[in-house]
Design a protein around this ligand. Structure first.
Ligand code: APR
Length: 261
């Protein structure tokens, strides 16, 4: 499959215009803002196919590979990635380190180590997950990277409930983009893979990044030509998987269903 570039990935504004994303019936959360909606993207599929500046890997403290997205990234990158990871001396939970992308279409890989979800210490798990997103964004800005795509950190083997994880991810990204350093990024993309995470982001994105004007009258805000152009762009994207990708490596731990919103 040809790599997908950052500009090919629809922004939230485009998804609202095309009615591919619904305004949440629960309304915006505290601090919600539409100002970043042109710089937030959403993509369902294999993160290793994205030709963005950086993809964010859900790694473990050894940084020496594993299953899930970690396994997919190492397989696609080739042996050079593991060789560089061996020089990094591991990475503590909540922290991130950066390597080259090797055979991947992206320039860099940011390896972040998410928490193994601990439902007896949810605040600690949340603090670690926030730190994963924040330190990844900081590394991107420090390395002059403009487009960054996140896998759904800790929502697989590490068992973080998808809705809670998406809430932390959206809130942390929005707060970072509100700051001066956030203005240096051109696009932050959330990558979903399994249905549970698609549902979580479809629910939480409109609560953190609501449309700038009511979706109903929004249709009038673009000409027919613009809508046709947007549809054409969206139609060139790889087909959105309608079932959970069969990833033999990826056997997510049995997760408690978080209370759906
Ligand atoms: N592209 C995008 N997302 C993917 C892909 C892929 N190719 N493969 C899996 N995912 C998604 C999963 O569906 C999940 O939403 O990545 C998210 C993170 O799941 P895991 O990869 O299981 O990572 P995590 O839960 O953070 O557990 C990390 O798993 O693979 C090991 O070495 C890794 O020990 C570490 C642990």
């Amino acid at each position: 499959m040809a790599p997908t570039s950052a500009s090919d990935i629809p922004s939230l504004n485009l998804l609202y215009k095309l009615k591919k994303l619904d305004v949440s019936r629960l309304g915006p959360l505290k601090g919600a803002s539409p100002v970043h909606n042109d710089r937030i993207g959403l993509f369902r599929g294999d993160i290793t196919t994205l030709s963005v500046d950086a993809i964010v890997n859900a790694a473990n403290t050894s940084l020496l590979g594993g299953g899930g997205v970690d396994g997919a990234i190492h397989r696609a990158a080739g042996k050079g990635l593991l060789a560089e990871c061996r020089t990094l001396g591991g990475c503590p939970t909540g922290s991130s380190k950066i390597t080259n992308g090797y055979n991947l279409p992206c320039q860099k890989v940011i390896h972040t180590v998410g928490p193994v979800y601990n439902d007896s210490k949810p605040a600690e798990s949340e603090a670690h997950l926030r730190s994963c997103y924040r330190t990844s964004l900081e590394l991107a800005v420090q390395n002059d990277l403009k487009t960054i795509a996140f896998s759904a950190i800790s929502t697989g083997v590490y068992g973080y409930p998808s809705l809670d994880a998406a809430n932390v991810a959206c809130d942390t990204v929005r707060k970072y983009m509100d700051g001066d350093d956030g203005k240096k990024l051109d696009k932050v993309i959330f990558v979903t893979f399994e249905e549970k995470d698609v549902r979580a982001y479809n629910s939480l994105l409109p609560r953190h990044f609501p449309p700038s004007i009511p979706a109903s009258s929004d249709q009038d805000s673009i000409t027919g030509e613009q809508a046709a152009e947007a549809e054409a762009k969206a139609s060139q994207l790889p087909d959105v998987p309608t079932t959970d990708p069969a990833d033999s490596e990826h056997v997510p731990k049995k997760q408690r269903q978080s209370n759906e919103d």
